[in-house]
Design a protein around this ligand. Structure first.
Ligand code: IMP
Length: 424
């Protein structure tokens, strides 16, 4: 494994949590490199279900050092709550390392995320309203407050005052909201500073040292390829780079230090929030994928939009990320369908597309062309080897592999760790 990136190859919610958790068992370090508590990872260990949004999944293993890298945005309140929840369930998060260069999500970011969405009306993005976009906006406009500023109270206060002058004007004059109080926020964040002090360090150096020692380091992407700010379906995307390149920038290592890039692909596809979605099903089949697949958001509880696997988008994810292997998840959900489809090309505005269209207008008008596969019908959730799957399930997996041009090394047939087939 040495240094591997694991990331979502679709619009997020591919089941990354489970696959990351499986790999974390053998890892020494698990690093989050972008996003914040907009992510939702559900991990099932025995009879216990853990839902994490910010802390890397690897925290469940005593052998793993969990790291939140510089590319992340951190809501300290959420992070401390997550740590307390873990402690309450017998898991020790004391090894957690947090980058001093990561940016803080502030109360005005959360507030602005909600009011901007309301202001956008029909054009809304459908964000998680956790303040992610506004925090990244401040990062890139160089208005941001970083984790390291917490430990320099005078500088923190000064930056907060400057930021609030601007934010309060926006909140009051543009969005008709009440202003926020400097002292209240200052006092709240100084308490967080005390609680976080032992965790904050130069994580880029810690990751480099781990790689240098030959440790197994796993870079855990949140959201998914098609939600990437540069390569996703802009503007209906998140505000960071979940794609593989983001792992280098967001954790402070060079790209050549990454050995493998594992794309997690759901056997069908889903998306939350608004934006184009060529294979979305608006019929009873779509409803069944949602219900059987339990497609409701971990963070917001929102019902996900669902559709058949999109091989055009998959090939795009292979290319953008340089995927070296694929972990295919939720194959068991498809056992309930007589016919299973895969989109292999689109027609839009009179033209045929076999590559993911770069023009938003084209993408919005895509009608997918499907190939049909006969379902296998049998329950596959107790299979323990790939060879034990019904022939039609195997050929569905092999066909995806052929379309992607990348080996599918893992197939997941249920939420538990046991329901995992290794094809390596
Ligand atoms: P934000 O990341 O909260 O700004 O939301 C931007 C877009 O990304 C919205 O469409 C969200 O629904 C989507 N999004 C954010 N995080 C996730 C995730 O973890 N899984 C799936 N979609 C997500």
């Amino acid at each position: 494994m040495p240094a591997s990136v694991i990331l979502g190859a679709q619009w997020g919610d591919e089941g990354k949590g489970k696959i990351t958790d499986l790999l974390a068992e053998k890892a020494d370090m698990v690093v989050r490199y972008q996003g914040g508590n907009n992510a939702g990872h559900t991990i099932v260990v025995g009879d216990e279900k853990f839902a994490l949004s910010l802390i890397p999944s690897g925290v469940l293993y005593p052998n793993v050092t969990p790291v939140i890298g510089n590319g992340c945005v951190i809501d300290p309140k959420v992070m401390l709550e997550e740590m307390a929840t873990l402690r309450g369930r017998g898991i020790d998060p004391s090894k957690l390392l947090v980058s001093g260069n990561a940016h803080l999500i502030m109360p005005y970011h959360r507030k602005l995320d909600a009011v901007i969405e309301r202001f956008l009306g029909d054009a809304m993005i459908g964000t998680t309203k956790r303040g992610i976009g506004p925090a990244y906006m401040d990062k890139y406009s160089r208005f941001g407050i970083r984790v390291q500023d917490l430990f320099d109270p005078r500088i923190f206060r000064k930056k907060l005052e400057v930021a609030l002058k601007d934010k309060n004007k926006q909140l009051m004059k543009v969005y008709n909201q009440l202003p926020l109080d400097v002292d209240t926020i200052y006092d709240e964040y100084m308490v967080y500073a005390d609680l976080l002090a032992d965790h904050v360090t130069d994580t880029s150096l810690a990751v480099w040292e781990a790689i240098d020692r030959g440790d197994n380091v796993l870079f855990e992407g949140a959201q998914g390829t098609l939600l990437d700010i540069d390569h996703g379906t802009y503007p209906f995307v998140t505000s960071s780079n979940p794609t593989a390149g983001g792992a280098a920038v967001g954790s402070g290592i060079g790209p050549k230090q990454i050995d493998n890039v594992i794309g997690v692909v759901k056997a069908y596809i889903s998306r939350v929030g608004t934006g184009p979605f060529p294979t979305e099903l608006h019929d009873e089949t779509g409803d069944r994928l949602i219900e059987i697949g339990g497609e409701y958001g971990v963070v917001t509880g929102r019902r996900r939009r669902c559709g058949w696997l999109d091989a055009v988008a998959l090939r795009y994810a292979v290319r953008i990320n340089g995927l070296t292997e694929i972990a295919l998840t939720k194959l068991d959900v498809l056992s309930h369908f007589d016919t299973i489809k895969i989109a292999t090309s689109y027609t839009s505005l009179g033209e045929r597309y076999t590559e993911f269209p770069r023009q938003q207008r084209v993408l919005y008008n895509c009608a997918p062309h499907y190939e049909e596969h006969e379902g296998w019908g049998d329950d596959i959730s107790t299979a323990t080897t790939f060879g034990a799957l019904p022939e039609r399930a195997r050929s569905y997996v092999e066909r995806i592999e052929e379309l992607a041009g990348v080996p599918i090394t893992t197939v997941s047939v249920g939420p538990s760790r046991a329901a995992t087939l290794d094809r390596r």
